[in-house]
Design a protein around this ligand. Sequence first.
Ligand code: SF4
Length: 462
Amino acid sequence: MDLGLPTICFDPDLIAHYDVPGPRYTSYPPASHFRADFDQTTIRAEIERSQAAARPLSLYVHVPFCATVCLYCACTKIVTRNRDAATKYLEHLDREFALYGPLFHGRIVTQIHWGGGTPTFLSVAEMDWLMALTRRHFELLDRGHGEYSIEIDPRTVDADTVWALSGMGFNRMSLGVQDFDPRVQKAVHRIQSEERTRTVVETARQAGFRSINVDLIYGLPYQSKRTFKDTLDKVIELMPDRLSVFNYAHLPRLFKMQRLIDPSTLPDPQEKLQILGLTIERLTHAGYEYIGMDHFARADDELTLAQRKQQLWRNFQGYSTRGGSDLVGLGMSAISQIGSCYAQNEKSLPEYYARLEAGRLPTARGIQLSDDDLLRRDVIMSLICHMRIDFCDIERRYGIRFAHYFTSEIRTLGRMVNEGLVKIGNTGIVITDLGRMLIRNICMVFDRYQQAGAPARGSRTI
Ligand code: SF4
């Protein structure tokens, strides 16, 4: 079986046809199906069971604060210039770490990710304190052996902070750039100079960061194929190891700040497709491989190598090289994935604080996966990470006959087979080069919640 990475085929008409809202499958089922009647008894029982399996741990810490707001943003965040807000938040993280740490006694942490909001809203002293707190309650791999990543807003970080982060053990960073065009930056209220971004990238390399990811967004006000080409050229010059190129979802009814964006300034669907096509062309020409969804990585990057070896996994931070871990989410709105359940913390700060002050885990909702959920999660993860399903593998692990269990899904895929998006053989399903761009639509065929008529949610698939 050829495990080489296929190239991408770009068919604008077909892509436009499949441009519907859909999940991003950072979990299955998507978080919109988590239930409010899930409480901490369930998560505690699942953690206890997971201790026997002793899988490695991945820690996610959410820092929700941002000093200013970017108008396109759909993240869970709190916009404030009051730096003291962090003090109270860290006091509560202290309580949460103290509750969770003993439950995972003896487990090794192989990955840490700080996301937000803006983790660098915290001062260097506060970040140092938070890393020390983590070491006090969890067992971390020796320095340099774990993957420690942090989301960076270059506007809040100087060279000294980058060196300090390296000193704390961080070895990966993800930088928000979005677009370098001044007109676009002004329209989305995020002014960020190229110079500042370049300083952060260059310092990170000198300070020993092993992987640098840059986030871009297409579909923002005033963007066109011509303007975005300039941004792409400037970003390629920075030589990040990975790139995430997200599709802007304009949902002003859901996200209040997006109402400040004049819809007449947004590129029309045709222009957006042109920008997407150009992005794929420029990045692949510059030596990046298309991993899947919105992600690109250099040919020698761990993500690319993991995909070649069929060892890629997907979680709330996107693609990951460390499958088979339990993910512990700490902080307001953070999501944990332990064994066969997902659990999400309170999404409002007062409620998150109140639970912890009562000495309880701040879990607000979640879901215990059924056998069918677990099976479908594996099928969807295999598609989204490896662009294929191996029938024997699924049959052996779940004791089913694939063709029998998924009769109606295989029938539904018939149209996609005719359109050249997927191939179905006797031993498995393979996504074609043409189908790679439509991977979310293909996954949706196996999503029982979509089949049950779940309302169309999430960003558009293209
Ligand atoms: S994009 Fe990042 S920095 Fe901007 S408002 Fe959202 S979370 Fe904050």
